[in-house]
Design a protein around this ligand. Sequence first.
Ligand code: UTP
Length: 272
Amino acid sequence: MAVRTAVIPAAGMGTRFLPATRATPKELLPIYDTPALQFVIDEAAQAGCTRVVIVTSRAKPSIENYAAVASTDKVAVSVAYQDSPLGLGHAVSCARQAVGDEPFVVMLPDEIMGDASLTKQLIELFEKSGKSSIGLKRVAPAEVSSYGNVKVAGGAGVAGDANSSVEILQVVEKPKPADAVSDIVIIGRYVLSPKVFEKLELIKPSNNGELQLTDALAMLANEQALLGVVSEITRYDTGTPMGLLRAVIEIALDRKDIGPQLNAWLREKFNK
Ligand code: UTP
């Protein structure tokens, strides 16, 4: 079945960006002049999605206001609500009615990708295999405990090729270094079968009280129903203020309209 819907969870508290997020949701903080949310809506459209469902909270009316003017001739943008921030897994389940009984992409708006290639690849893999397919990357061992960590079939060597698809055998959320199952972690793009909604009904809150999407993914992996793509895509983690600042600088430097001016100013500043 074709994948035409993207779900963008945007109902979180954004506590790492306080005090900015008292006034502006994290997802609308600008990368130079464009909200992070817009980058993800554009990526969904470039990957061939025709519907975007933003999961938001009634406490963040500016997201609704943005969504109201974000539809284009390529993509229809709507909202679904998560009444309280009970975790990413819960946010995804709040989109169930809007998505319906069809596969969909989940795109985290605090990870900005250099282009839509990974999302396209995951959609192709899903359409070929019928299995949920998620974005993966290799990280340094010290970083593994910040992410969902996966064990893949055939051992680490098999996943050595960039952009290769792999079968996921096990998923562990933010493991202690000693409990890491590999150096491969989950990044914020997921193409999911609607079966994930049934799994999301079964999961229990984790230690921090949140319903984790990774717990539902672990159930799919136990049923041999989860694939991944180990990607080397350019990726900006804009979930922290320093990550956002880096993304603003790098993305602005790459832009034809402002890049040369920013580059000249930085050179002047550092040559003093
Ligand atoms: P994060 O955990 O990075 O966002 O979730 P957060 O909770 O807003 O951030 P901090 O830790 O307080 O700074 C990743 C994405 O999932 C959404 C967030 O809005 C963000 O886009 N999310 C998270 C939800 O929609 N609902 C939730 O309950 C949790």
